[in-house]
Design a protein around this ligand. Structure first.
Ligand code: GDP
Ligand code: MG
Length: 681
C-alpha cells in the first residue's frame, strides 16, 4: 500500500499565460523531462497530450484544465494546464483556487500581452506566488530585456532575472544561471537531452556579475543577517541566495524570471528546479479557512493528522464517466473512505482514487494534504462542494464564479432527440458552474446561459461532437419576469363539470402584494402564503410551492401571493388537490390581468481597466444607458462600478475586450430586477 507524499514534497502549479505563449508546449516539455512522456506531443499537429478534448485539438487552444503530475528531484509537481481565452475564466479561477504557485509564460517577442496581465492580476488577487518564464527565446525578434521591462512595468515591480539568456533567435542555445553561477548549453535539435554545464565564459562575466549582485541585493533586502553577510563577504552562497529567494517569492515580494525555448527544449530542467526551489509546498500555506455547519469559523492545517477536508473544484465528463476533481487540504484520504458532503449532509464513498495524467488515470491507495485527484461516479457532488471527515464538517468557501450573461434557446434538430439533449445539457451544466439551464417558456425547449458567445458555441459543439446531437441555437437574450405595482385581490375557481352547480367546485381568493426588490431574493419565485391553520401542502399537494407565471408568460417576482380563502362546494369532504391548485392559479391569473408589468435583470458591473482604456470603456457604458456609480484608481488601474440592464449588456465581454485590447477584467453580477423601460418593450 503506497503512502501519500509528504506535503513539503508537493508543488501544485498552474501554468498561466496569454493564449499561444506556449503553456501547453511548456507543460508537455516539463512532462517529457520528468520522464513521464516518452513521446513529444506537438500542438500544431494535434497530438499534444494535455489538449485532449476533440474541441481543443481542432481549435488548437486549451479549453478545459487538465491535471497531470510529474516527479522531479524527489518532489511531486502537480500541474493543471489552464485555458487562455477570457470566456473560460471559470477554469482559470478554479485552478487559482486550488493551486499554490504559478508559472507565468511569456512569448519573448511581444513580452507581456493583454491576457498575461489579466491572468497575472487574478493570480496576485488569490495570493498565488509566481515564476515568470520568458519562452520562445529561439524566435527571431525575441528580447529578454524587453520582456523583463514589460514584466516590471505591467506585472510586478519585483520581477528579477535569476538567469540570463545566451544569444537570442537562431543563436539561442542556453542560459547563465545566476544563483549557482554557470553556463548551461543545450545542443539544438537534441530534444533537450544533450546539454552541458560550463563555467561562465570570460566575456559574460561582467554582465552576469552585475545581474547577480542586483539579485543578491534584492533577495537580502528584508533579512538583516543576510544583508550583513553579503556586505561582509561581497557575495552570497548559492544556498543562502536560494533560501532568501524562496522566502521573497513566497511572500510575493519578488518575481523570479527565467527564460528558454519550450519548442527547442532549452531551459526546461532549470524551470523544474526553480518550481521546486521557489514555489510553495502545501505545507508552507496557512490553514485553509471555512465554516462549520453551525456557522462558527473553522480552519484546517495542511497536516496529515488534521481531519480530512477536500474541495471539489471540477466536475468533468470523460467518455461515459463523470469525474470529480478534488484537492485535499488536510488529513489523509484512503481509497474506500467515506467523507461527508458539507452541503448535502450525504456520506460519499470515495473509491477508487485516481491520480490524473490528462485523460489517463492511475488508481492510488491514499492521498495526503495537497493531493489532487479525481473520483468517478459521484453524481451528488457539485463543483465547489467540500467533503469532510464525518463529524468534523467544514464548509470551505467555494470558488466564486461569475454569473452567466448570455442566454440562448437550444432545440434538437430531431424532435426525437429531446430527452437526449436534455440529458446532455444537464451534464454540461454540472461540469461548468458558469453555464445554467432553464426551460424555455416560448418554445417548450431549453435556455442555456453562459459567459459569452464562444462559451455557448463551445457548448453547442460539444453537444454535436461528444454527444452526437444536432441542435438549433436561438439569438442571445436576457431573462425577464413579471410583477404588479399595486396590491390586487381576485377570485378564481375550478370545477369538475364546467358550471354544473351540482358538481364539485373549488373557489379561491388571493391577494397579490408587491414587495421591494430587497425583500425577496432574485432567484426565488414567490411562494403561496396561506391563512394561519391552513396546511397548503395537504390542500394542494407539492404544487403549492411551484412558481406561477404571469399573463405575459414570464415567471412572477417581487410579489407576495396570499391565499385568503379556499372553499369547496358541491361535493362532500376536502377539495381535491387538483381542483384547489386550479382555483388558486385562476385567481392569481385574474389578479394579474391587465396589471402586470415586465421586469428585466439589472447587472452590477465591476470593471478593472488600465488607465489608457478608461475613456472608451466609460463612453461605451454611457451608450448602454448604464449608471456609473464609482470610478477610482487602484494600483495604476481604474476600477469602475456601474449598473445596467442585462439586455444592454449582450455580448459585453466581447465589447469590453476589444475596447481594452483584452486587458479589462470584469465581473457581472445580478443586482436585481427593474421595470423594463417601455422603449425596449
Ligand atoms: P498555449 O496557447 O499557451 O497553450 O500555447 P501552445 O503551447 O499551444 O503554443 C502556441 C504555439 O507556439 C504553437 O504553435 C507552439 O508550437 C508554439 N511554441 C510554443 N513554444 C515555443 C517556443 O519556445 N518557440 C517557438 N518558436 N514556438 C513555440
Ligand atoms: Mg494550450
Amino acid at each position: 500500500m503506497s503512502e501519500p507524499e509528504a506535503p513539503e514534497r508537493i508543488r501544485n502549479l498552474g501554468i498561466i499565460a496569454h493564449i499561444d505563449a506556449g503553456k501547453t508546449t511548456v507543460t508537455e516539455r516539463l512532462l517529457f523531462h520528468a520522464g513521464v512522456e516518452s513521446r513529444l506531443g506537438e500542438v500544431g499537429d494535434g497530438t499534444a497530450v494535455m489538449d485532449w478534448m476533440e474541441e481543443e485539438r481542432e481549435r488548437g487552444i486549451t479549453i478545459t484544465a487538465a491535471a497531470t503530475h510529474l516527479p522531479w528531484r524527489e518532489h511531486l509537481i502537480q500541474i493543471v494546464d489552464t485555458p487562455g481565452h477570457v470566456d473560460f475564466t471559470v477554469e482559470v479561477e478554479r485552478c487559482l483556487r486550488v493551486l499554490d504557485g504559478a508559472i507565468l509564460v511569456l512569448d519573448a517577442v511581444p513580452g507581456v500581452q493583454a491576457q498575461t496581465e489579466s491572468v497575472a492580476r487574478r493570480a496576485r488577487r488569490h495570493g498565488v506566488p509566481m515564476l515568470a518564464f520568458v519562452n520562445k527565446m529561439d524566435r527571431a525578434g525575441a528580447s529578454f530585456a524587453r520582456s523583463l521591462a514589460s514584466l516590471r512595468q505591467q506585472i510586478h515591480p519585483g520581477a528579477i532575472p535569476i538567469q540570463l539568456p545566451c544569444g537570442a533567435g537562431a543563436g539561442f542555445d542556453g542560459i547563465i544561471d545566476l544563483v549557482r553561477p554557470r553556463r548551461l548549453r543545450w545542443e539544438r535539435g537534441a530534444q533537450g537531452l544533450r546539454w552541458s554545464e560550463e563555467p561562465v565564459p570570460e566575456e559574460a562575466q561582467a554582465r552576469a556579475g552585475a545581474a547577480r549582485d542586483e539579485l543578491c541585493a534584492l533577495a537580502a533586502e528584508d533579512d538583516e543577517a543576510l544583508a550583513a553577510r553579503w556586505v561582509e563577504s561581497g557575495t552570497l552562497t548559492p544556498e543562502d541566495l536560494a533560501a532568501a529567494l524562496r522566502r521573497a517569492t513566497l511572500a510575493g515580494r519578488l518575481l523570479p524570471v527565467l527564460c528558454g525555448s519550450a519548442l527547442e527544449l532549452i531551459g526546461i530542467q532549470p524551470l523544474l528546479d526553480a518550481a521546486v526551489d521557489y514555489l510553495p509546498a502545501p505545507g508552507d500555506l496557512p490553514p485553509v479557512r471555512g465554516r462549520e455547519p453551525g456557522g462558527a469559523a473553522a480552519a484546517r492545517a495542511p497536516r496529515a493528522q488534521d481531519p480530512a477536508c477536500a474541495l471539489a473544484f471540477k466536475v468533468f465528463r470523460t467518455g461515459k464517466t463523470d469525474l470529480v476533481y478534488f484537492r485535499l487540504y488536510s488529513g489523509v484520504l484512503r481509497a474506500g473512505d467515506a467523507l461527508v458532503n458539507a452541503r448535502t449532509g450525504r456520506s460519499e464513498l470515495l473509491q477508487p482514487l485516481w491520480w490524473m495524467h490528462a485523460e489517463q488515470h492511475e488508481p492510488r491507495a491514499a492521498f495526503g494534504p495537497g493531493g489532487i485527484f479525481a473520483v468517478p461516479d459521484l453524481p451528488e457532488v457539485r463543483t465547489g462542494d467540500t467533503l469532510c471527515a464525518p463529524g468534523r464538517e467544514i464548509l470551505l468557501e467555494p470558488p466564486v464564479f461569475p454569473q452567466p450573461v448570455l442566454k440562448r434557446s437550444v432545440e434538437p434538430r430531431d424532435p426525437a432527440q429531446r430527452a437526449a439533449v436534455a440529458e446532455a445539457l444537464a451534464v454540461l451544466v454540472r461540469e461548468d458552474p458558469t453555464l445554467s439551464l432553464e426551460p424555455d417558456p416560448e418554445t417548450g425547449g431549453f435556455l442555456l446561459a453562459g459567459m459569452g458567445e464562444l462559451h455557448l458555441e463551445v457548448a453547442e459543439h460539444r453537444l454535436e461532437r461528444e454527444f452526437r446531437l444536432a441542435v438549433r441555437m436561438g439569438r442571445p437574450q436576457a431573462s425577464l419576469a413579471e410583477t404588479v405595482t399595486a396590491p390586487s385581490v381576485a377570485e378564481g375557481w375550478a370545477g369538475l363539470h364546467g358550471q354544473d352547480p351540482g358538481a364539485a367546485r373549488v373557489e379561491a381568493r388571493v391577494r397579490l402584494e408587491p414587495q421591494s426588490a430587497e425583500a425577496l431574493s432574485l432567484e426565488r419565485a414567490p411562494g403561496l402564503e396561506a391563512l394561519p391553520g391552513v396546511d397548503l401542502e395537504e390542500l394542494m399537494g407539492p404544487a403549492a410551492g411551484a412558481g406561477f407565471h404571469g399573463p405575459q408568460g414570464y415567471p412572477l417576482r417581487h410579489l407576495r401571493i396570499r391565499l385568503e380563502a379556499l372553499r369547496a362546494t358541491g361535493a362532500p369532504g376536502a377539495p381535491s388537490q387538483e381542483l384547489a391548485a386550479g382555483a388558486v392559479a385562476a385567481a392569481v391569473e385574474q389578479a394579474l390581468r391587465g396589471r402586470s408589468i415586465v421586469l428585466e435583470p439589472v447587472m452590477a458591473l465591476q470593471i478593472e481597466v488600465p488607465e489608457a482604456h478608461l475613456a472608451q470603456v466609460l463612453a461605451d457604458l454611457q451608450q448602454r444607458h448604464a449608471s456609473i456609480q464609482d470610478v477610482r484608481a487602484e494600483e495604476g488601474w481604474q476600477r469602475i462600478e456601474a449598473r445596467a440592464a442585462l439586455s444592454r449588456l449582450l455580448a459585453y465581454s466581447t465589447a469590453v475586450r476589444s475596447l481594452s485590447q483584452g486587458k479589462a477584467l470584469f465581473d457581472l453580477r445580478p443586482a436585481g430586477l427593474a421595470p423594463r423601460p417601455p422603449a425596449s418593450a
